[in-house]
Design a binder for this molecule. Structure first.
Ligand SMILES: Cc1cc2nc3c(=O)[nH]c(=O)nc-3n(C[C@H](O)[C@H](O)[C@H](O)COP(=O)(O)O)c2cc1C
Length: 168
């Protein structure tokens, strides 16, 4: 595809076929993503790739942990403080679009909980990529990892593979 076509074609996909993705394809995607720029060229990205039995076990364990309703707000990376405009309205608009489209009305806590849980099944994608970063690094390195991720997602789209970035 032409570059602009790839950029326009990438979108967050939340339903996948189970066809396995060959390990060499994942390696090729990681190899192209590492061309991303990074401040002072420290290339701080670290990626854990899960597929097959490992992916299935991770999904099981994370979903089981979620059932214990673990305390929120213990993320090991900086999160948004008090939600404010204009971001709040944009978040609400996304929630309405996404959940409304699949018939979950605002306020249906049980259905929303279930649907959000699909994040932890990687929306059935056969491969999960978990991006981590050294705790001692700062915001600049988060930007580096973001660029790495976007490069990878565009390269995936170029090979006919869809993705969904997840903060969940
Ligand atoms: C850093 C980041 C975190 C995200 N976290 C989630 C997530 O946890 N779950 C989800 O379904 N989508 C998540 N998304 C996808 C966004 O909702 C999506 O990128 C946005 O709505 C724009 O839609 P598009 O990707 O189709 O262009 C995330 C995207 C980014 C960049």
């Amino acid at each position: 595809m032409e570059f602009e076509e790839v950029v326009r074609a990438r979108r967050s996909v939340r339903a996948f076929r189970s066809d396995p993705v060959p390990p060499e394809t994942i390696r090729a995607l990681l190899d192209i993503a590492r061309r991303a720029p990074s401040g002072t060229n420290i290339q701080p990205w670290k990626v854990h790739v899960v597929a097959g039995a490992t992916r299935a076990r991770l999904e099981r364990e994370v979903l089981a942990h979620r059932e214990t309703r673990p305390a929120d707000g213990v993320a090991e990376f900086p999160r948004m403080g008090k939600r404010k405009e204009p971001y709040l309205s944009r978040m609400r608009a996304l929630g309405k679009d996404m959940y409304g489209r699949i018939g979950i009305p605002r306020g249906d806590e049980a259905a929303s909980w279930r649907q959000w849980g699909r994040n932890y099944s990687f929306f059935d994608a056969p491969v999960g990529l978990i991006f981590t970063i050294d705790k001692d690094l700062d915001a600049m390195s988060y930007a580096d990892v973001g660029m790495f991720m976007q490069t990878l997602m565009l390269a995936a789209r170029d090979r006919g593979l869809d993705t969904c970035a997840q903060g969940a």
